[in-house]
Design a protein around this ligand. Structure first.
Ligand code: 9WN
Length: 439
């Protein structure tokens, strides 16, 4: 990892390459994660993309978030996919005819004028909105950006801490493996084993048109993903009526909610509103996160399975992401940094953090969220380390992220044992977060 410092010329080339990806993936109102594999707008992708896009065009970054929030449901949920009606149905599965959001006539109140999925993704949006505002406060005030997005963001958090507090603990629950954004993480293997898969012959996986089968979730995973999504849809996406055979409190999801609640406090203060309720909620979330999900023996936060009410004893990068939370007890910060440096998460080939414990029984260096290192989680850990003053460690991750992003053609993820790119290329959040770290 002792590599020569980057030159200004290398930074310029990298900045141009990253900007090119974001320009190519812009559709006019938002950005697709990938032109091939993911040809629609994704929720947490858009938040990460806006964080990078703000350095190219603050206005475009605002529009990225606004177009996503325009698809918000009446109950406050922000859907994980907003479909582009110009893209053919077969280009991505599950498509609008599976989710049936606009026609279901259900109590959750999906918009009638566009098509979305019915599940959610991690709440990075308020953090992104605050960072986008900070990139150009004058332009943001001129367009009334924060005052327009603030009610959407508060309704979004109210949904998560209301209808989605399935454990009654004060944390938000995920009800589908697509919701934490880490689809086939080994953390879900146990809870998913209880779900009977839908026959894989009954649908067609469009992801395999572009992705290598060894890099993607298995057919058995997909059979279960489809079963869970269909059951939720058939319960009209009503969290009270749905049985939720899969329900967990995920540490990364809730850490992002906590940090976003702090961002809501900052936004409220900027708008002349009272930040105190948001600050208090962020502090409550921090305490609950520690009380419910911290595991001293693992040296990491663990997901809690709400069906069995037990912690899932698998360590993943999601359990290190709470480093982002500013009010974390110092002893926990020390322990998390130790885990990052230990054999489970320190890879020699790259400082990007593997998605799953290198020494864990399910580790797979190529299969998606079962080992590969991702750029969004590296960005979160980098930011978390800086939050707690660990700048030298953060510098190592930053340098590795910049080098690997450019060298891999802005890959979706990398093999942590070799540093080699895998999955899609010209991947938007890889480019966006590269731009952010170059500033
Ligand atoms: C399902 C778009 C999304 C990311 C997720 C990533 C992957 C989708 C898929 O792609 O999930 O939502 O089809 O595999 O796991 O984090 O938001 O980039």
């Amino acid at each position: 990892l002792d590599r020569p410092a980057r030159t200004a010329a290398a930074d310029l080339t990298l900045r141009r390459g990253a900007a090119r990806v974001l320009l190519d993936n812009w559709t006019g109102s938002g950005t697709v994660p990938s032109r091939t594999l993911y040809p629609h707008q994704w929720s947490w992708d858009s938040a990460f993309i806006a964080i990078g896009l703000r350095h190219l065009s603050a206005r475009r970054a605002q529009r990225e978030l606004e177009s996503l929030l325009a698809a918000q449901w009446a109950d406050g949920r922000v859907p994980h996919i907003v479909f582009n009606s110009a893209v053919p149905n077969g280009a991505y599965f599950p498509s609008p005819d599976f989710w049936r959001s606009s026609t279901a006539g259900h109590p959750a109140g999906a918009p009638a004028s566009l098509e979305t999925s019915g599940i959610v993704q991690p709440p990075v949006h308020a953090l992104a909105a605050w960072l986008v505002h900070q990139a150009d406060p004058a332009e943001s005030r001129r367009r009334g950006f924060l005052s327009r997005v603030f009610p959407h963001l508060t309704a979004w958090h109210a949904y998560l801490l209301g209808a989605r507090d399935l454990g009654g603990s004060g944390l938000a629950a995920i009800v589908h493996p697509w919701e934490p954004g880490m689809d086939n993480s080994p953390c879900w293997d146990g809870p998913l084993s209880r779900i009977s898969p839908i026959d894989t012959g009954s649908f067609r996986r469009a992801d395999l048109d572009h992705g290598h089968p060894a890099d993607r979730p298995t057919d058995l995973d997909y059979g279960r993903y489809v079963r869970l999504a269909a059951d939720y849809r058939d319960a009209s996406y009503d969290d009270r009526a749905a049985r939720h055979a899969f329900a967990l409190e995920d540490p990364c999801f809730n850490a992002l909610l906590t940090v976003s609640e702090h961002a809501l406090a900052d936004i409220a203060a900027e708008l002349g509103a009272d930040p105190a309720p948001h600050r208090a909620r962020a502090e409550r979330l921090t305490e609950t996160l520690v009380a419910r999900l911290w595991d001293e023996e693992a040296g990491a936060f663990l997901a809690r399975d709400l069906v069995s009410d037990e912690l899932v004893r698998e360590r993943s990068v999601a359990g290190l992401a709470p480093l982002l939370v500013p009010g974390l007890p110092a002893s926990i910060v020390d322990r998390l940094v130790g885990t990052l440096d230990g054999p489970g998460f320190h890879a020699d080939a790259t400082a990007l953090v593997p998605s799953y414990d290198l020494t864990g029984p399910a580790f797979d260096r190529t299969r998606y969220w079962r080992g590969p290192a991702w750029f969004n989680t590296a960005w979160l850990i980098e930011r978390g380390l800086r939050t707690h003053g660990r700048h030298a460690h953060a510098d190592r991750i930053r340098a590795s992220l910049l080098e690997t992003a450019g060298g891999s053609g802005f890959a979706e993820y990398v093999d942590p044992t070799t540093g080699e790119g895998r999955g899609a290329r010209s991947f938007s959040w890889t480019a966006a977060l590269t731009l952010d770290l170059l500033h």
